[in-house]
Write a protein that binds this ligand. Structure first.
Ligand code: PAF
Length: 293
């Protein structure tokens, strides 16, 4: 497994693959968990070469967010990736990705960029779209792998690929959950044992929203939002940011409850800001993630 730290080396590595060989990219910020590894396994099964990037992208963090304390453990990440049979890990520094003369950003617009996560984290999707485009240009993968847990990120990246005609297939994998339902996230490591127990409130709220949908099919999304909010309000260690019912493609709020729809939730538990979602697919079936055994 090659560990690559510079843009030049990354380009050279990619150029070493024969034309027509398929390469998959799994972009991450490291501190890998089983959710990341499910993307890596799929990438290894579908491609001849697999690159995993590990880069805590400073431009997608707001001024008062957790950039400095974001968890990092590169030696462990490298061991995990080596065991999966990954071919290269791209671990650039911030200065390598954003040299002093860097001036060009990708600016997604509209509700997709400015609502829900976009409202709570202004500039976040500009940072995500910019770094993902850079990684796609550097690695030139046939396929790139993302987790459904970051549903709005997935929608932003789908728009990026469509709008800028990028020659890459996006593969979106279901959210992986701990046995008690908590969505796997590197940020779960911020939680105390008490906070960790409280954090299942996001999953419980989504289940309550799904139940409300099943009961009130024809009613307006407010009933579902209320059902989700009430569950979060019952947990003293949690503070709701939003509990929404949105179009999964555009992230516009839905006025009528019809599939496809996304139940999306964000809440603070202690110092961690956590997000989660359930997807009601166009065919009326649910994508609620996979509980690890
Ligand atoms: O989902 C993430 O870990 C990040 O947002 C990504 C896609 C690697 C871009 O920095």
């Amino acid at each position: 497994m090659d560990v690559i730290t510079t843009v030049q080396e990354m380009r050279r590595w990619r150029a070493g693959w024969p034309l027509g060989a398929s390469v998959g990219l799994v972009p991450t910020m490291g501190y890998l968990h089983e959710g990341h590894l499910s993307l890596v396994r799929r990438a290894c099964a579908e491609n001849e070469g697999v690159v995993v990037s590990i880069f805590v992208n400073p431009i997608q963090f707001g001024a008062h967010e957790d950039l400095e304390r974001y968890p990092r453990d590169l030696p462990r990440d490298l061991r995990l990736l080596e065991a999966q049979g990954v071919h290269a890990v791209f671990v650039p520094t911030a200065a390598e990705m954003y040299p002093p003369k860097f001036i060009t950003y990708v600016e997604p617009s509209g509700p997709l960029a400015s609502e829900a996560e976009g409202a709570s984290r202004p500039g976040h999707f500009r940072g995500v779209a910019t770094v993902v485009l850079k990684l796609l240009n550097l690695v030139q993968p046939q396929r790139a792998y993302f987790g459904q847990k970051d549903a709005q990120q997935v929608a932003v990246i789908k728009a990026l690929v469509a709008d800028l005609n990028l020659p890459v297939e996006l593969v979106v994998m279901p959210t992986l959950r701990e046995p008690d339902g908590l969505a796997m996230s590197s940020r779960n490591s911020y939680l105390s044992p008490q906070g960790r127990r409280a954090a299942t409130v996001l999953y419980r709220a989504l289940l309550a929203g799904k139940t409300a949908y099943e009961q009130y099919q024809s009613e307006d999304p407010a009933a579902i939002q209320r059902a989700m909010s009430e569950v979060v309000a019952s947990e003293p260690l949690a503070r709701l940011d939003y509990a929404d019912v949105r179009d999964p493609g555009t992230f516009e709020p839905l006025e009528r409850l019809r599939p496809p729809a996304l139940l999306a939730i964000a809440a603070f538990v202690e110092r961690a800001r956590l997000i989660d979602n359930f997807l009601l697919r166009a065919d009326g079936t649910w994508e609620t993630g996979i509980i690890a055994s």
